[in-house]
Design a protein around this ligand. Structure first.
Ligand code: GSH
Length: 200
């Protein structure tokens, strides 16, 4: 299989983490895609131009970290991160999708900042800064919850990747002044799969 990524994308990082967590490294080739470039040859592979994008052994492609992570997780018949056979766990899912929403906002901020300074919208930037602070407060309030402390699940990965992305790209160190998040984060950052996919 081929997994197309960029090394700055938090969504591609989630797929790279699941490749490591599920011991799929010898089955999944990681390929850096050229995104956001007119005429990129990558658009012939994935017309949407987004990463991550997984091409399976039959040559069939799929996009979106949520789908790709669930697919990779299911390959051994023992899904750890998303178990379709379990009853939906709405309390957990609420956290996962809140973390995804926080990650989306941080990505909007980084995308805006990657534009030439004269093309950036101060309104969009301020909106996303405020959103990231509110969402960090939400997780400060629930990261000590057993669901966020127990076995590793997508909500943990998404929140940790989002927090690291916010710090790395200069949005904010969202763990500062938030003692629960600050004490939770090292247990995630120290994971080999997080360390091996960390943005240089
Ligand atoms: N919901 C998607 C978001 C993917 C996404 O936005 N990827 C960005 C990188 S962070 C991208 O590929 N941008 C290139 C473009 O928009 O052309 C997912 O979870 O995979």
């Amino acid at each position: 299989m081929k997994l197309y990524v960029t090394y700055t994308s938090p969504y591609a990082r989630l797929a790279r983490i699941v490749v490591i967590e599920k011991a799929l490294e010898d089955r999944v080739e990681i390929i850096e895609a050229k995104t956001r470039t007119a005429g990129s040859p990558y658009y012939q592979i994935n017309p949407s131009g987004r990463v991550p994008y997984l091409v399976d052994n039959a040559g069939v492609g799929m996009e979106d970290s949520q789908l790709i992570c669930a697919y990779l997780d299911s390959l051994d018949g023992k899904p750890r991160f998303l178990n379709p056979l379990r009853e939906p766990d709405w309390v957990y899912l609420r956290l996962e999708f809140a973390a995804r929403s926080m990650c989306d906002g941080i990505s909007v901020w980084t995308r805006e900042m990657s534009r030439p300074a004269s093309e950036r919208s101060p309104t969009v930037l301020a909106h996303e800064v405020a959103r990231s602070q509110r969402m960090a407060d939400v997780f400060e309030g629930c990261v000590a919850d057993p669901l966020m402390q127990g076995a590793l699940r997508m909500a943990h990965l998404i929140l940790a990747v989002a927090l690291e992305r916010a710090r790395k790209c200069g949005l904010d160190s969202l763990t500062d002044g938030r003692p629960q998040l600050a004490s939770w984060m090292p247990s995630m950052s120290d994971l080999p799969s997080m360390q091996r996919t960390a943005q240089p």
